[in-house]
Design a protein around this ligand. Structure first.
Ligand SMILES: [Zn+2]
Length: 326
């Protein structure tokens, strides 16, 4: 694992390479950005590169430090994963004990505190002392979804690096080259991933997404083209997919958004479900612009209703009937 395995975030990586070459490393970094965007991976690679014996701006992958790091047995590398639990004062005290011990092998000791979104106030206050005056050999890397939960005094002692969503083309290239998707498939998946590489990879690997999407597109087609009686049998599908209703409604919104774009612009460039162009076109011919807008509106309000705990069956039934009637 090295910087070449990271997808996107090139300016952050280039900056790291530079500061490693110049030996101009800060003592604490805070990586901020959405879940699964690549913060943890960059933190690990940065840690490995900081520990590498060669100090050439990237990890050499052959020195004893790199080999130990890859095998998960580097004595000067410490990682704390919270797994969704709060990071408490006791945890911080354990980490502080470890920080006070000199490195076993090299010149540095690296600590990753992953997903500190639920760090308590007490834990932050007790960690503050460490961040103010860390031992010279220590580098602390923390990852967080939203830094608003942290005390300003914590943030001001860290170099904050914001991880932004990737360009669609970066994700498309990854899906084509590494996951052997066609360009059309990769375009669909990248649109649903919102620039978050981990989400794109999960979708790419899961047959479930593929199957549900096919089923949803069939259902949309049936609702538009069949009689009212069929709607009551379609409700069964929605009943069985309660856990994934948010994704399903999002899929439906993107579908009708595409139908609208085809109707208005007739341009492929902005179409998400590009692999289903013939069916999209037939829907755009069948529905008026006003109808399509009403459908998008009813799906959005169904989404809101379900999250405010309105009767699920009723909300779905009203949505299906409205789509058919408009
Ligand atoms: Zn090395």
């Amino acid at each position: 694992m090295d910087f070449t395995d990271v997808v996107g975030h090139q300016s952050i990586i280039n900056n790291f390479k530079k500061i490693i070459m110049k030996n101009n490393i800060s003592h604490s970094y805070l990586f901020e950005g959405p879940k699964s965007i690549g913060k943890s991976k960059v933190a690990r690679v940065f840690a490995k590169t900081l520990l590498c014996e060669k100090q050439i701006g990237y990890s050499c992958n052959i020195c004893s430090s790199c080999v130990k790091f890859d095998s998960g047995n580097h004595p000067d590398f410490y990682i704390n994963k919270t797994d969704g639990e709060a990071l408490k004062k006791e945890h911080i005290e354990d980490i502080q004990k470890s920080i006070s011990i000199l490195p076993y092998e090299g010149k540095r000791k690296i600590f990753i505190l992953e997903d500190i979104d639920k760090i308590t106030k007490q834990a932050q206050n007790s960690f503050l002392k460490t961040l103010e005056e860390p031992p010279k050999y220590v580098v602390i890397l923390m990852t967080v979804t939203n830094s608003n939960i942290l005390l300003p005094t914590i943030i001001s002692r860290c170099q904050v690096l914001k991880f932004l969503p990737l360009e669609q083309e970066e994700i498309i290239n990854l899906l084509i080259n590494k996951y052997k998707k066609s360009r059309d498939e990769a375009t669909v998946i990248s649109s649903f991933s919102n620039g978050i590489v981990g989400k794109a990879v999960t979708i790419a690997k899961s047959n479930e997404f593929h199957d549900i999407r096919e089923e949803i597109i069939n259902i949309i087609n049936e609702v538009i083209n069949s009689d009212r009686a069929r709607i009551f049998t379609l409700k069964e599908f929605f009943n069985n997919q309660r856990d994934q209703i948010e994704e399903i409604l999002d899929l439906m919104i993107t579908w009708f958004r595409d139908v609208l774009i085809l109707k208005e612009l007739n341009e492929n460039e902005f179409i998400i479900n590009i692999d289903k162009k013939p069916l999209l076109s037939s829907h755009s011919l069948k529905l008026t612009k006003k109808k399509i807008c009403e459908i998008i509106k009813i799906i959005n309000s169904t989404k809101m209703n379900i999250f405010s705990n309105v009767n699920y069956d009723l909300a779905i039934e009203v949505m299906l009937l409205t789509i058919q009637e408009v």
